[in-house]
Design a binder for this molecule. Structure first.
Ligand SMILES: [Zn+2]
Length: 54
């Protein structure tokens, strides 16, 4: 889960698509990014890592 600096929860709004031409294995290892938006202050953040375990 993502948290905004204001303490609000960041919801995933848009997950960037994989580049075309990746194999299934490459997709498993590919770090997708996403756009998230805070439900509390409405702030958006681009290029957040979607697949990391952080
Ligand atoms: Zn916020």
């Amino acid at each position: 889960m993502f948290l905004c600096e204001c303490g609000g929860v960041l919801l995933v709004k848009n997950i960037y698509a994989y580049p075309s031409g990746l194999t299934a294995l490459e997709k498993l290892n590919y770090q997708r990014n996403c756009t998230v938006e805070c439900v509390q202050c409405g702030k958006k953040k681009e290029n957040q890592s979607f697949d990391s375990e952080e």
